[in-house]
Design a protein around this ligand. Structure first.
Ligand code: AMP
Ligand code: MG
Length: 422
């Protein structure tokens, strides 16, 4: 009698886990990107291809953290107010040319260099100035409101490291140490195809039996957010020769190809075959739900090779697997040091039964309870083809392979879309 395949075994072939898939990815895929220098503003979202060492101290000089009066701490009485003559004025951006004597105070403003010898600054709100004398209350600490040269960055310090994805704060820090441009990796060039005789370009009237293409649009925009240069290569029919020649042509001019659909085990699923025949599949099928028929491979044309990710056709599965495999692949190709997203642990607000030996991803919203704590609440219908329930979802609850029952209140892994699709 023929053995029915269960959810995790296809014949004798064990489905691999997501963590095994990521290990294969790390072993098989290496960064492709060449380097280029770009002005700071264009460096946002790019991956740094150099270590940035500061040649300067930030701040460059000791300076005041507030508007007020700079004094010698030892001139202050500790049992009552002190009244000191105001000997001069130090404003931000002005050269310091004050020669302050002991017993004198200086009117000072935020960011102004500390006049030589003065060590402590009183906030103007705490002082009273009259007839060029300032009255200072007791109780200030030595060194208060004074910022030391180099307390942010010291000259010679490595402030940014190769492989960092640049956010506004990294760009700002590069400017703070005087840089106007940064060396970054070139954008990963990606080609995106949909496959399927039923898949139709949105816009026209939908013929019977057809469905509008959504995957190409989610995948292309997700890739653009990751900083890729993306080419939309349209929809391929379910014909092996056309699929093979299209992916070969794309592999000659791109670093990575992403397809959706045609990766299952049906007779009309020709993508996997086309990839194996023109390169290799490193893995095919993961122990996950949704998104089992996802694959990672490589297409070889002459001495050029392009990475390949075959995403499932079902639109929700395509997004989940893009997040799990596509995103780390792109980051790895692009030279990023960190390719894993930050996953949070939050209490679940739902019960759930699942099959053992596969990882399940449940669409969820984070809802704030009366106690102020955010909990993951299951959101919308859960089919692999249900795209609408990803809209309005905040992320995915990832339930581990060995779990069979989730009880509300227990802590679960939560992967926010703001982390992986923003
Ligand atoms: P497949 O993986 O080719 O077997 O497709 C699985 C399901 O996803 C089928 O119902 C397809 O019609 C649907 N599908 C495949 N590609 C797309 C696409 N680009 N946009 C929307 N639905 C798709
Ligand atoms: Mg298909």
């Amino acid at each position: 009698m023929a053995q029915l395949s269960d959810d995790c075994f296809a014949g004798a072939e064990r489905l691999i886990t997501t963590s095994e898939a990521l290990d294969i990815l790390a072993a098989r895929i290496s960064p492709v990107a060449d380097e280029e220098s770009v002005p700071l503003r264009e460096a946002i979202g790019r991956i740094l291809a150099e270590d940035v060492t500061s040649s300067v101290n930030v701040p460059p000089h000791d300076n005041s953290a507030v508007d007020g009066y700079a004094v010698f701490f030892d001139d202050l009485a500790d049992d009552g107010p002190s009244a000191l003559p105001v000997a001069g004025r130090a404003a931000a951006g002005q050269p310091i040319e004050l020669n302050v004597r002991r017993g004198e105070a200086v009117r000072i403003f935020t960011g102004a260099p500390m006049p030589e010898g003065l060590d402590t600054v009183l906030m103007q709100e705490d002082c009273a100035e009259e007839d060029s004398r300032v009255t200072i209350p007791p109780g200030i600490k030595r060194g208060a409101n004074r910022r030391a040269a180099g307390e942010d960055v010291t000259a010679g310090q490595v402030v940014l490291t190769r492989g960092t994805r640049l956010r506004p704060q990294e760009i700002g820090l590069a400017a703070a140490v005087g840089r106007t441009a940064l060396k970054v990796y070139q954008r990963v060039s990606a080609a995106v195809f949909s496959t399927g005789d039923e898949v139709e370009e949105p816009g026209g009237e939908l013929p019977p039996g057809k469905i509008y293409d959504s995957n190409r649009f989610t995948i292309i925009t997700a890739l653009e957010r990751l900083g890729c240069a993306v080419d939309d290569l349209g929809i391929l029919p379910d014909r092996p020769e056309e699929i093979a020649s299209a992916i070969r042509a794309a592999a000659e001019t791109h670093d990575v190809l992403l397809t959706s659909g045609g990766m299952s085990v049906g007779e009309e699923d020709h993508v996997g075959q086309a990839v194996s025949a023109n390169g290799a599949l490193h893995f095919w099928r993961l122990a996950i739900k949704p998104g089992r028929p996802v694959s990672l491979g490589q297409i070889q044309v002459g001495d050029r090779s392009a990475a390949f990710v075959g995403l499932p056709g079902n639109p929700a599965a395509a997004i989940v697997t893009f997040v799990l495999i596509g995103r780390p692949l792109i980051l790895r190709l692009g030279g990023a040091a960190e390719i894993a997203p930050i996953v949070y642990r939050v209490p679940a607000d739902f019960d759930y039964r699942k099959k053992k030996d596969r990882r399940e991803f449940v669409r969820a919203r984070l809802e704030v309870g009366l106690d102020g704590i955010r909990r993951a609440k299951k959101h919308g219908a859960s089919g692999a083809g249900i795209l609408s329930s990803l809209v309005g979802a905040d992320g995915l609850v990832a339930l581990p392979e060995d779990m069979t029952q989730l009880d509300a209140g227990s802590l679960v892994e939560f992967l926010p879309f703001s982390e992986v699709l923003a």
